[in-house]
Design a protein around this ligand. Structure first.
Ligand code: ADP
Ligand code: TYD
Length: 202
């Protein structure tokens, strides 16, 4: 198998993940790399269908346990249809969110379900990114940036500032526990300044 590179962006809503994933993809493409830019939940037709189920509707539409199943089902399809084939041909796969989002959003915010998330990950997914960029930002700034975007995918943003704050803490704890994989990046700067640091790190 050709050695592809698997990169994920993580962080709370509005931290700048999508912006930075796109800037890194543009940068590597300009250097002639085969790049697949993708996102979760989604990244394959089946997983994009599941995305609509989990991101739209009222905040109490699904229990945390049901969400873990839905996000993991979406991830499995994304892995089979998009990520594995791209890595196998030697591409750089850049994903806007991956399993760390489930560890934090479903694993800690509504009771301690981290063990269930990890068990299901081991059973159904089994891989981690080679590099994860955690874009860290003040939750109030993240929420105001996220709310300034138009759209209907507001189920998680609607859970509010206290929840964003606990998720930020959760992401920082994950980064601390996995220092080889994570790089922490300060997101409260211009998009160009953040992108320059990420380009240097990769
Ligand atoms: P995420 O994917 O983490 O939710 P986005 O990249 O979609 O974040 O950014 C959220 C909003 O903030 C978008 O409207 C985007 O244009 C804007 N934005 C992204 N990065 C920055 C930045 N460094 N400074 C100011 N605004 C930003
Ligand atoms: P995303 O589109 O990345 O939102 P944003 O650009 O605002 O960061 O992700 C949508 C939402 O899905 C986000 O609020 C986080 C949530 N999510 C989970 O709860 N668990 C998961 O496993 C994933 C991948 C996302």
């Amino acid at each position: 198998m050709k050695p592809g590179l698997f990169v994920s962006f993580e962080g709370i809503d509005g931290s700048g993940k999508s912006t930075q994933a796109r800037l890194l993809a543009d940068n590597l493409q300009a250097r002639g790399r085969d790049v697949v830019l993708t996102r979760e939940p989604g990244g394959s037709p089946g997983a994009e269908d599941i995305r609509r189920l989990v991101l739209e509707g009222s905040t109490d539409r699904w229990s945390a346990e049901t969400e873990i199943l839905l996000f993991t089902a979406a991830r499995r399809d994304h892995l089979e249809k998009t990520i594995r084939p791209a890595l196998a041909r030697g591409a750089v796969v850049i994903t806007d969110r991956f399993a760390d989002s489930t560890r934090v959003y479903q694993g800690i915010t509504r009771g301690d379900l981290r063990g269930m998330v990890d068990d299901l990950h081991r059973l159904m997914i089994g891989i981690e990114p080679d590099r994860t960029f955690l874009i860290d930002i003040d939750p109030a700034l993240g929420l105001s940036r996220a709310r300034s975007r138009a759209g209907t995918e507001l189920r998680f943003e609607d859970m509010g500032l206290a929840m964003q704050t606990s998720m930020r803490t959760g992401f920082l704890a994950l980064a601390k526990a996995n220092p080889d994989r994570f790089r922490l990046v300060d997101g409260a700067r211009t998009a160009q300044a953040v992108a320059a640091e990420i380009a240097a790190l990769i």
